[in-house]
Each structure stands twice: as C-alpha cells, then as structure tokens.
Design a protein around this ligand. Structure first.
Ligand code: SAH
Ligand code: MG
Length: 197
C-alpha cells in the first residue's frame, strides 16, 4: 500500500494532477482517523489518491463512492485502486458531480469535497439530504491560495472561485446543526461536523 501511494504521488507530480496538498495531508489523515467513517462520498477522485488514503484510515467496513468528471483520470484511478486491497470498497463514478449527486441514494457519514471549487455551495445543498445525522464534511482548498480570506482583490480569473468559496464557508457556518472549523494547512480545509440532531 505504501509503495502504491508513493507511485501515485510520483505519477501526480509528473502529470500535474492536484492530489491533496502535502501540507494538508497530515491534517486530512488525522481527521479521517478520528472519524473512522463507514460510508464516504468523495467529490473529485482525480487518480484515487485521497480515496485510498481514506480507505486505509476509515472503518474496517468502509465503502467509498467517488465522483470524477475527467474520464481518463477516473480510468487511472480505477487502475490504481484495482492494485490495492480496497478494490471492492471504492467505486469510482465518472461524470459531473452535480449531476451524479442527483441520482445518488443512501446515507453517508463522511464527505470529502474536492471537485469544482466554484460549485461548493451547490454541492453542499445537494449532499445535505444524503447525510447521516452525525456526519462530517471535509472541504479542500477552501482558502484557495490565500485569496478567500485576504482583503486584497484576487486576480480577475480567480474572483468567482474566491467568492463562491466564501459563500460556501458562510453557508455551512449558518446551517443549523453544523459546527465548522477552518484549518490553514495546505490550501485550507473546512471541517464541518453535523452533531446528530
Ligand atoms: N481528491 C483528489 C484530488 C482531486 S483534484 C486527491 O486528493 O487525491 C480535483 C478533481 O476534481 C479533478 O480530477 C477534476 O477533474 C475533478 N472535477 C472538476 N470538476 C468536476 C466536476 N464538475 N465533477 C466531478 N469532478 C470534477
Ligand atoms: Mg484539493
């Protein structure tokens, strides 16, 4: 498993695949270890790196459904996952996350949100009905290169993303039943815990 993860890290670096930032990896693993999730929904599989990390840190009976828009990446993810001992526990669905979410059933106790940054507020509304009463949503890249909390205006091409990420943070913070913590590690992680009521 360790060798496979190292190989994936090299592949990601060579092919410019934005797998979870090295600076955020420890925090990511710590949170997954603490939660030990059973049913995980991931938005943005890329090559399956974070999915395999979660599989190794979650509950014994973990099941992961992961959504990826890019066909080639989804295929690469399936290939890596097949070589692991979690091949029957991780399902990669290819397509647009917002569309796939509309056809998903079941309840999840953990969500890793890491697909289109500008869609986070929409994803949040879509996953709410799929969540268990006690659940955690971990959203990656919420500080987006520092632009989200900075008073300076981001460059034009990043403005919409920064605005949507601010909106995401506000919406989870304002949703009753959720407690949200923003971690500075990596590109920023938002940990939103639903407390079970
Ligand atoms: N979670 C992965 C990294 C994901 S990178 C890891 O840490 O290992 C973000 C991924 O989201 C990219 O592979 C990109 O293709 C995918 N993505 C972008 N827009 C998407 C969308 N609308 N629906 C699903 N996936 C999307
Ligand atoms: Mg990310």
């Amino acid at each position: 498993m360790e060798a496979l993860l190292r190989e994936m890290e090299s592949y990601a670096q060579e092919n410019h695949v934005p797998i979870i930032n090295e600076g955020a990896r420890d925090a990511f693993c710590r949170i997954v270890c603490e939660e030990r999730p059973h049913r995980v929904l991931e938005l943005g599989t890329a090559i399956g790196y974070s999915a395999l990390l979660m599989a190794g840190k979650g509950a014994e009976d973990i099941e992961i459904v992961s959504l990826e828009l890019n066909e080639a990446r989804a295929a690469k993810a399936r290939e890596f996952i097949r070589r692991s001992s979690y091949k029957d526990r991780i399902q990669v669905l290819s397509g647009d996350a917002a569309e796939l979410l509309g056809s998903l059933h079941g309840s999840f106790d953990f969500v890793f949100m890491d697909a289109a940054k500008g869609q986070y507020p929409r994803y949040f509304r879509q996953i709410l009905p799929l969540l268990e009463k006690r659940a955690v949503i971990l959203a990656d890249n919420v500080l987006f290169r520092g632009y989200v909390l900075s008073k300076e205006r981001p460059p034009r091409r990043f403005r919409t993303i920064a605005k949507r990420l601010r909106e995401y943070i506000r919406v989870v913070q304002d949703t009753p039943g959720f407690t949200t913590e923003i971690l500075q590690e990596g590109d920023g992680l938002a940990v939103s815990r639903r407390n079970g009521t």
